[in-house]
Design a binder for this molecule. Structure first.
Ligand code: PAF
Length: 285
């Protein structure tokens, strides 16, 4: 069932709750791919009813980012959801979510602002305000759907840590279910933004996964010094890559790590053909 208004979703969820059914939420920005599909399948397995939100959230895009050209494929998204056993596809307009408030301005909109420590690193450094926009919309979706479970991909590992922190700090009654990264056979992590990559870019993009796997291999061979591990990355980079960051952080609290351990997550962001790609790996997995 495709719904566009908050009221329709609330009314339907209220009925389910009356019947004692569990509700799962998979928040997405649409352009669904197999990565999303894995979250949706997990949700359908675990919950009686599943809501997938499809909303390209304007307030999480920074000025100059791809808000206008972000892929929008609602018809195909709805079909994939229907075929997978989703009960509601919630696709609100920006106006339904934010009214007429001037967006990207906390002069007029109440924001959920995650702690500086968690956002002033990795993607948050170049995408200033991005995680405010993410936490605000996810919090709104939690309030609208009131899910028992919400499903997020490990591909956006910083986002996942920040959302878990928000849920804990604000006592939001939802269980966050992390789901593993889904990759193409080549190793490329699935992302809606892969649509922007040419065939050549896709080959160059494999460097991200190769760097992470190589670091993990070196770690398994006993190298734990982060400086030494970082240096191994340069073997895989060439003029097609614009490395934004390669960082080693504690997987739970994002603290910087100088000596790697099993709970260290390695995060990478790199531009290929002008497209910003991210990936990560947990060393102990
Ligand atoms: O990960 C995403 O696709 C988005 O950041 C989310 C969680 C749907 C919020 O807009």
């Amino acid at each position: 069932m495709l719904l566009h208004t908050i009221k329709e979703v609330r009314d339907q969820v209220k009925e389910w709750k009356k019947q004692g059914l569990t509700v799962g939420l998979v928040p997405t920005m649409g352009a669904l791919h197999n990565g999303h599909l894995s979250l949706i399948k997990k949700a359908v397995e675990k919950c009686d009813k599943v809501v997938v939100s499809v909303f390209v959230n304007p307030i999480q895009f920074c000025p100059g980012e791809d808000l206008d050209k972000y892929p929008r494929t609602l018809e195909a998204d709805e079909k994939l959801c229907n075929d997978t056993g989703v009960s509601i596809v919630f696709a609100p307009t920006p106006n339904e979510m934010y009214g007429n408030t001037p967006q990207r301005s906390n002069d007029f909109l109440t924001y959920v602002v995650p702690p500086f420590f968690y956002v002033n690193k990795l993607c948050g450094k170049s995408r200033v305000g991005h995680f405010d926009g993410v936490c605000t919309v996810v919090n709104k979706l939690f309030n609208i759907v009131q899910p028992d479970y919400a499903f997020f991909g490990q591909k956006d590992a910083q986002q996942l840590v920040i959302i878990k922190k928000m849920v804990k700090d604000l006592n939001i009654p939802v269980e966050i279910v992390p789901c593993p990264i889904v990759r193409e056979a080549s190793g490329l992590a699935l992302s809606s933004r892969n649509k922007y990559l040419s065939e050549d870019d896709k080959i160059q993009a494999l460097a991200l996964n190769k760097i992470l796997n190589n670091i993990k291999d070196c770690y398994k061979q006993g190298i734990t010094d982060v400086k030494a591990l970082k240096e191994t990355a340069y073997n895989f980079l060439n003029e097609h890559h614009e490395l934004e960051y390669l960082e080693f952080c504690d997987a739970d609290n994002l603290e910087d790590v100088t000596t790697a351990n099993d709970n260290t997550r390695v995060f990478i962001a790199c531009r290929v053909g002008g497209v910003r790609l991210i990936d990560n790996i947990l060393l102990g997995e």
